[in-house]
Design a protein around this ligand. Structure first.
Ligand code: HEM
Length: 504
């Protein structure tokens, strides 16, 4: 459908929206249109609008779509409902076939599977992510990237007074580190000339297509996929690029392992190793449950790690530095805390100190995650109809949405000062990190599907934050507007333009 046709359809709807106001700030359910007019009217401020609706509806609201669309979505930020769905009644709320279709590029990876296949993935991922050899590898490679990737670029841009997009810088940092720790291959996207990297573009296009599939009716995106046009065409091409990229490194790793290692190499890998090696080594010990297509199991596993660990960590770092730029007093407190540890010390002791001593920095990162959770929405669908603790009935196969952005800004959950960036709220009277239940602080998910990379993400983020705060001053470019995007990951729509100054 061309632009002209769409505007003919939308014009009366827009007029309708402006002339009819919603009562009490909650969307009106109009005949035929349902609540679409209210959503369209507020689309430019959708995050704020969600907060208002959640506050006014005591944290749970049912959005009704137009007639004949079967659109009936229960949106909730009520921790009791979340606890019920994510933990207590977990078995009734699988990811399901709709999620599976939308995220088809992820194949049979951990994100996209349920029951036995998911359990199998989870057990393996849990054991490898906590393997001491992998932990050593993670520390070594993250430090290498900071020392040989991040610091030279920050020095370069500060010396030449070049403005940079900090969000892009962190996206490159996390892409290089996730590729390295998963496949032992560094694509070196983090370099002074900011090269364009096809695999990064392919991941971005994939995430864009996934978001698009969430907002248009299923029959529409399936038809576009069949026609191979628009977002769907971009998605198919991105999928091919990612397959080629990942399969290449699986083949290289297999060859390297079958050829045996050089003694020096061998010594290294006895102490530290990447995830792909751990997965290949276990193939010999265990029958692989889902692998009927050669390397597809490994391909799915790797791609799922890329999606899990790349944008989530870089988005958090970007929002964290944005919040510091608007709250210099927090920056000063972190700097003071860092005075007690020697940052430029590449050894296990330094990492232990970063992880255990930096309570205020940890609290500030939690606070950034509360205000800007990278995974903004979680969608669930019950197998059997159910009654939520808030008293709302949900039909089988109906849709439930948790909005994490609104959840972090509920006065009833976080107090009147919930819009303020206050790391202090995370620190107990004993000076330790205050525990908040995961169904209230949902950034890392809750229940049996809780994020497996939480510790790893904190280790990386603290290392990057500590290095930057100790050595540089990050100044936001005044005329540059920072606004959240509408996407599956909470990015900054126009990036984050900054100047970098070296501390004296
Ligand atoms: C600040 C950084 C991160 C945040 C906020 C975050 C958040 C999340 C969330 C919300 C989920 C649930 C997604 C869903 O079920 O649809 C999740 C799952 C997961 N995350 Fe993270 N994540 C982060 C970093 C990482 C990293 C670095 C890794 C490791 C590579 C990782 C590995 C995983 C895995 C394997 C799952 C799937 C768990 C399962 O389904 O059983 N995450 N994460």
């Amino acid at each position: 459908m061309g632009y002209f046709d769409i505007s003919i359809l939308l014009f009366p709807l827009v007029i309708f929206c402006y002339f009819f106001h919603d009562k009490n700030g909650l969307p009106t359910n109009w005949p035929f249109f349902g609540m679409i007019p209210a959503l369209l009217k507020n689309i430019h401020r959708i995050h704020t609008y969600f907060i208002e609706v959640m506050e006014k509806s005591h944290m749970t609201f049912v959005f009704e779509g137009p007639w004949f669309t079967n659109m009936h979505i229960l949106a909730t930020v009520d921790p009791a409902n979340i606890h019920h769905v994510m933990s207590k009644n977990f078995g009734n709320y699988p990811k399901g076939s709709k999620f599976n279709e939308i995220f088809d590029v992820l194949g049979d990876g951990i994100f996209n599977t349920d029951s036995t296949v998911w359990q199998y993935h989870r057990k393996m991922a849990q054991s490898f992510l906590s393997n001491p050899k992998f932990h050593q590898f993670l520390i070594k490679k993250t430090w290498d990237k900071v020392e040989n990737g991040l610091i030279p670029i920050l020095d370069h841009v500060s010396k030449h007074a070049i403005e940079i997009d900090l969000q892009d810088l962190f996206a490159r940092f996390t892409f290089d580190t996730i590729c390295t720790i998963v496949m032992d291959h560094d694509p070196i996207s983090l370099s002074i000339d900011f090269p364009s990297v096809p695999a990064i573009k392919a991941l971005d296009d994939t995430e864009e297509a996934i978001f698009y599939r969430h907002v248009v009716p299923t029959c529409v995106w399936k038809f576009l996929r069949w026609l191979d046009v628009g977002e769907e065409n971009k998605h198919r091409k991105a999928w091919q690029i990612l397959d080629t990229f990942i399969y290449k490194y699986i083949a290289m790793k297999r060859e390297e392992l079958s050829n045996g290692r050089t003694p020096k190499n061998k010594e290294d890998t006895e102490l530290s190793t990447d995830l792909l090696t751990l997965y290949i080594e276990q193939e010999q010990n265990q029958k692989v449950l889902v692998d009927s297509q050669g390397d597809k199991f490994l391909r799915d596993t790797i791609l799922n790690f890329f999606i899990a660990g790349r944008d989530t960590t870089s988005a958090t770092l970007s929002w964290f530095f944005y919040l510091l730029s608007t709250n210099p007093q927090v920056n000063s407190k972190i700097k003071k805390e860092l005075d007690n540890i020697n940052v430029l010390m590449n050894n296990e002791k330094y990492f232990r100190e970063v992880n255990s001593k930096l309570v205020y920095l940890h609290a500030a990162l939690c606070e950034a995650l509360r205000l800007y959770p990278p995974v903004v929405f979680q969608a669930k669908s019950p197998i059997e109809s159910d009654m939520l603790p808030s008293g709302h009935h949900v039909d089988r196969n109906s849709q439930i949405i948790f909005n994490l952005y609104a959840m972090g800004r509920m006065k009833s959950l976080w107090g009147e000062d919930c819009y303020e960036f206050k790391p202090e709220r995370w620190i107990s009277e004993q000076g330790k990190i205050r525990h908040e239940p995961s169904y209230k602080f949902l950034a890392f998910n809750a229940g049996p599907r809780t994020c497996l990379g939480k510790d790893m993400a904190f280790t990386q983020m603290k290392l990057v934050a500590a290095t930057i705060i100790q050595n540089y001053v990050i100044e936001a470019v005044e005329e540059h507007h920072v606004v959240p995007s509408i996407s599956i990951i909470l990015h900054m729509k126009y990036g984050f333009k900054v100047r970098v100054l070296r501390c004296q």
